[in-house]
Design a protein. Structure first.
Length: 158
């Protein structure tokens, strides 16, 4: 598909609650009963238009590393990098931090589930394999006693 989203505003003479509920359950995104004020119709159409464009997460980049959250792809210098779900999650959080330090605890919290052992070396091991897969020059810095950061992180326009 083209990715186009169609919104439905139901205009009708019957404005009982049960009619509105029926219209909405049939797939209408909004409901307006006659008589209505024209400015209200325009306002409702504008509101529907704002909802019609799904929020697409921005493409993130750090140097020559590009991460596309909506496509779940990573590339370095234009070549695709195959990452596991956790590696992708760690890289996404680090780049999205915009150069800020992200602690191992925060990475564990944001990328793994709440049952993850806080004393595990999982984050360290994942960062290690992520560094290996991304190659040189390394983009992930270890900030001793604090966590990790990607200093060249910037939000790409995309």
């Amino acid at each position: 598909g083209s990715g186009a989203v169609t919104r439905v505003l139901m205009l009708t003479a019957s404005g009982t609650v049960s009619d509105r509920v029926a219209g909405l359950s049939l797939g209408a995104d909004d409901y307006l009963s006659k008589p209505f004020a024209f400015p209200e119709l325009v306002a409702r159409l504008r509101a529907l238009g704002r909802r019609a464009t799904p929020a697409v997460p921005p493409v993130l980049s750090a140097g020559d590393v590009v991460l596309d959250p909506s496509r779940r792809t990573v590339s370095r210098s234009g070549s695709p990098v195959d990452l596991t779900r956790k590696e992708f999650g760690v890289l996404e959080v680090l780049i999205a931090a915009g150069g800020g330090v992200v602690s191992s605890e925060e990475l564990l919290d944001r990328v793994w589930d709440e049952n993850a052992d806080p004393f595990t070396t999982t984050v360290r091991v994942t960062v290690m394999t992520l560094r290996k897969k991304l190659g040189e020059p390394g983009i992930i810095e270890t900030v001793v006693g604090s966590g990790y950061r990607v200093p060249s992180a910037d939000l790409a326009l995309g």
